[in-house]
Design a protein around this ligand. Structure first.
Ligand SMILES: [Zn+2]
Length: 130
């Protein structure tokens, strides 16, 4: 059962990956830089969808991989000490993008209503006339 959770545009995912990459370069984390480079190389040819909380990736290699919070079922992902496949990174990026969207929506919902300054000004005028 495919979920209706939206997959962000590939360009948005890659933009977020490039942010991560810049941070990894700054701290000289070559393993993460390589992971991000694999994602950038493969993502445009991959197909992603959510199925009941699992990110399903039809990889350009012809294989289909399943990424849960516990990891990925590809060979590299099955090595518990190596969560360095690009599939796991793809899931982390999607979750990060969703978190940012949720935070932005919360901030917009909490922002003062644009009409309140005009209400306050009108109230001041009314009180000034009394
Ligand atoms: Zn994997």
């Amino acid at each position: 059962m495919t979920s209706d959770i939206r997959i962000p545009r590939t360009s948005d995912i890659i933009a977020r990956a490039l942010d991560y990459r810049a941070s990894a370069v700054r701290i000289d984390d070559t393993a993460v830089v390589a992971q991000i480079d694999r994602l950038i190389a493969n993502l445009p040819s991959a197909r992603l969808c959510w199925v009941l909380g699992t990110l399903v990736i039809d990889s350009p290699s012809g294989h289909t991989y399943h990424v849960t919070r516990g990891g990925c079922d590809c060979l590299n992902g099955q090595r518990s000490h190596k969560r360095q496949c690009w599939h796991v990174l793809a899931r982390e990026l999607l979750e990060d993008i969703f978190d940012t969207e949720a935070e932005t929506a919360d901030q917009e919902a909490d922002a003062p209503c644009a009409v309140w300054p005009r209400v306050a000004a009108a109230r001041s005028l009314i009180w000034a006339r009394l």
